[in-house]
Design a protein around this ligand. Structure first.
Ligand SMILES: Nc1ncnc2c1ncn2[C@@H]1O[C@H](COP(=O)(O)OP(=O)(O)OP(=O)(O)O)[C@@H](O)[C@H]1O
Length: 236
């Protein structure tokens, strides 16, 4: 579980994160959603250690992880657009990252399911957007991390690859992992997420389970439930 306490981040006069306090439990696939500019990426990057918050704490296993580089080995990250050295091949990228991490225990489920072993000789420059996404997904899960942060993970993937990734996400959730997905495509989250954290203007509006959202709104589909909540609680 990750516990976020009074997390605040400003950029000049803009408050990107406004005293966010909430808990992200294990065995959860949590959707981090909200309008453009609401602070989702800033929150995700704070957990990833890319953004340094001004105030507050992010507690993982009893320790504040802000500025703690050791935590990074517990987290897998799939960026929306993966950027890799263009002249390197998929095989070289995989080998380089395995070398740097030096870990023996590898989870190659996604590499195998996406048949990346047939593409190892291809340079990153020559890959389609979807294949680059497959490499990013395979890397995020490769070291069997306890926490996964996935940014628009299925965007750009074909339906078969989307299905493979969704199955993998659900499998890892069932093993007790915390998976945080940032997405604007609510329909892709419907069969995946077990909780929703909704942000608006740097504030946390709610962090609720799917069951709570369904009970509150009477809606089965996530997109309909969120739409109903936003209509009944418009934020000016
Ligand atoms: N490095 C930065 N310097 C200045 N302002 C920033 C920086 N990063 C983010 N912001 C601002 O902080 C606010 C929150 O941005 P953030 O990227 O977290 O939003 P988001 O919810 O992820 O948006 P989107 O859905 O468009 O990706 C925005 O107003 C953004 O312009």
């Amino acid at each position: 579980m990750i516990s976020i306490q009074q997390l605040t981040k400003t950029f000049g006069k803009l408050t990107a994160l406004d005293q966010i306090s909430t808990e992200l439990p294990d065995s959860t696939c949590l959707a981090l959603i909200g309008p453009n500019g609401s602070g989702k990426t800033t929150l995700a990057k704070s957990i990833l250690g890319i953004v340094h918050p001004d105030k507050g704490q992010i507690i993982y296993k009893g320790k504040n992880i802000i500025g703690d580089f050791a935590f990074k080995s517990s987290i897998g990250y799939m960026p929306q657009i993966g950027r890799y050295p263009e002249n390197m091949t998929i095989g070289q990228i995989l080998d380089m990252i395995k070398d740097i991490r030096g870990e023996k225990h590898l989870d190659e489920d996604l590499s195998d399911a996406f048949s990346l072993n047939k593409l190892l000789h291809k340079t990153m420059r020559s890959l389609s957007g979807g294949t680059t996404q497959k490499v990013s997904a395979a890397l995020a899960f490769l070291f069997d991390p306890e926490v996964l942060m996935l940014d628009e993970p299925t965007a750009g993937l074909d339906p078969v690859a989307q299905g493979i990734l969704k199955e993998k996400i659900l499998l890892e959730k069932s093993k007790g992992k915390l998976i945080v997905i940032t997405s604007h495509i609510l329909s892709e989250l419907d069969d995946l997420v077990s909780a929703v954290l909704y942000m608006q203007e740097g504030k946390l509006l709610f962090n609720k389970t799917i069951e709570q959202l369904r009970e509150q709104t009477g809606q089965v589909r996530l997109s309909s439930a969120i739409a109903q909540i936003m209509q009944s609680n418009p934020i000016s």
